[in-house]
Design a protein around this ligand. Structure first.
Ligand SMILES: [Zn+2]
Length: 97
């Protein structure tokens, strides 16, 4: 379960929010010390657990985007194995060391 940490910009008090799903816009809880007093704005703190999930999200997103770029560059031939096998075949033509 994703954990989001928030810290009060005014007094530094921290609070944690659990959510069912990974989401970008997590509603900030009120400052646990000020109890709704103005000026105590809770800002998101990236905890190690949350960062891990966020990174996994970003990696999945990057992979999706990168995959599209590879398709565009390779002309719809994102098969890296094909190129590896080609180099392997070329290497067989080389004289032994
Ligand atoms: Zn506060």
């Amino acid at each position: 379960m994703p954990l989001y940490e928030f810290q009060c910009a005014a007094c530094g008090a921290r609070d944690e929010v659990f959510t069912r799903a990974i989401q970008e816009d997590v509603p900030a809880p009120p400052c646990p010390k000020a109890g709704g007093e103005p000026g105590h704005d809770m800002r998101r703190v990236v905890s190690s657990f949350a960062r891990h999930l966020t990174m996994a999200d970003k990696l999945a997103e990057a992979e999706a985007n990168f995959g599209k770029e590879v398709d565009a560059v390779m002309g719809g031939e994102p098969d890296v194995g094909k190129y590896a096998r080609r180099y392997e075949a070329l290497a067989k033509d080389l004289p032994p060391e």
